[in-house]
Design a protein around this ligand. Structure first.
Ligand SMILES: Cc1ncc(COP(=O)(O)O)c(C=O)c1O
Length: 364
């Protein structure tokens, strides 16, 4: 384990796991390198995931691991990346990695990409001759939009850049190349003094932030754009929808006009990195009372309680990393033996199919 100075980065990175999972084995962080002529560097041929592992009283717990890995497999399928890894392989590799990292909380980054066969190099756009490489790394990541953002909210703009069109780059695949569009949105926002940019879809309806889904609250109804607005089917978005249902809030997937952002009572982002971040202004127009709204607060509280294992989740959302270890802690922090009934189990066990609907086109 070694510390890295996060001062020069936009997000604090206090620790990085010094091993990386690579094609089924653990290698040193320093050995996780690629050739500069790798296909991925030239043509953007990668798919990846971003997963958070939270600190709970029962030790580290990965949030919605199977759903993230199912999306990873779906992204690979869309890009015809024919690899040998199963859902169970990828989930247990992630759990092993967190165990090896000895971190209580971290961000997990699986990536699958087209590399270079140095003995039989291929340099064309055709990706098929290039071998696939799969890695999973982990680091401790701070609050994506800043420490204050979770409480006070962020000032954002509507981007001049549109989100991808469904038949150009599939937004439902989490591919590295999609993030060139995200970078345009993010850079423009930052250079104009905003924390984040919101992109519209090709029809002019609200799509999502550069790395987050978006929700608005109007007249007590929580609304979010449908998958047909070229959004990534966010796992935090799905969690928010399920939390709203559990809290008895009206939640609707529907097309949202840009102007609806300005007149909303509340707005917030959802995402693995950003978690639940309130939006306090859009294009310098104050949203609601310019702070964290009432329903945003309720949803955010429930979300963080669930991620900490302090509130039952609507589904099997937490994979306890130390569940397989013989001794662990119960809800009160007392050590208990496995099999005593008080020990946490890996609630998202092998064979459990993720509940998220990745295939739906979305409704307006
Ligand atoms: C473009 C984009 N939209 C939405 C999200 C939110 O998705 P999730 O909640 O699965 O992290 C992300 C983050 O991964 C993203 O990059």
């Amino acid at each position: 384990m070694f510390a890295k100075d996060g001062k020069t980065k936009d997000v604090a990175t206090p620790r990085i796991c010094d091993v990386v999972w690579h094609n089924g084995k653990f290698i040193k962080w320093d050995d996780a390198r690629v050739h500069v002529m790798s296909h991925v560097l030239h043509y953007g041929s990668s798919i990846f995931e971003g997963i958070r592992c939270y600190s709970t009283r029962q030790g580290p717990a990965v949030f919605r691991l199977r759903e993230h890995m199912q999306r990873f497999l779906n992204s690979a399928k869309i890009y015809r990346m024919d690899h040998p890894w199963t859902l169970d392989d990828l989930c247990s590799a992630s759990v092993d990695l967190v165990q090896q990292s000895e971190m209580e909380q971290c961000y997990i980054r699986p990536i699958l990409f087209r590399s270079l066969d140095e003995e039989h190099p291929a340099f064309g756009v055709n990706p098929f001759p290039n071998p696939l490489a799969c890695y999973i790394g982990a680091w401790d990541w701070g609050k994506y939009l800043g420490d204050e953002a979770i409480e006070k909210g962020v000032d954002v703009c509507v981007s001049t850049w549109n989100r991808l069109t469904p038949n150009s780059m599939p937004a439902m695949a989490k591919s590295g190349a999609n993030y060139m569009n995200s970078q345009l949105i993010k850079m423009e926002a930052l250079l104009n003094g905003f924390a984040e940019g919101i992109a519209l879809d090709d029809r002019g309806y609200v799509s999502e932030g550069s790395g987050e889904n978006i929700f608005v609250v109007s007249g007590g109804t929580v609304m979010t754009p449908p998958l047909s607005s070229s959004i990534l089917a966010g796992i935090t978005r799905d969690s928010v929808i399920q939390i709203c249902e559990e809290l008895g809030l009206t939640i609707k997937e529907r097309s949202i006009q840009r102007a609806a952002l300005y007149v909303a009572d509340e707005a917030f982002f959802s995402g693995t990195a950003a978690e639940i971040t309130p939006i306090r202004s859009v294009d310098r127009i104050t949203v609601g009372n310019g702070g964290r709204g009432e329903l945003t607060t309720k949803i955010q509280e429930a979300f963080f309680q669930i991620t900490k294992g302090e509130r039952p989740a609507p589904g099997d959302w937490l994979t306890y990393v130390n569940a397989a270890k013989p001794a662990t802690a119960d809800n009160n922090g007392h050590k208990v033996q496995e099999g005593s009934g008080a020990s946490p189990s890996p609630v998202s066990g092998p064979g459990t199919e993720p509940a998220l609907n990745y295939h739906a086109a979305g409704t307006d």
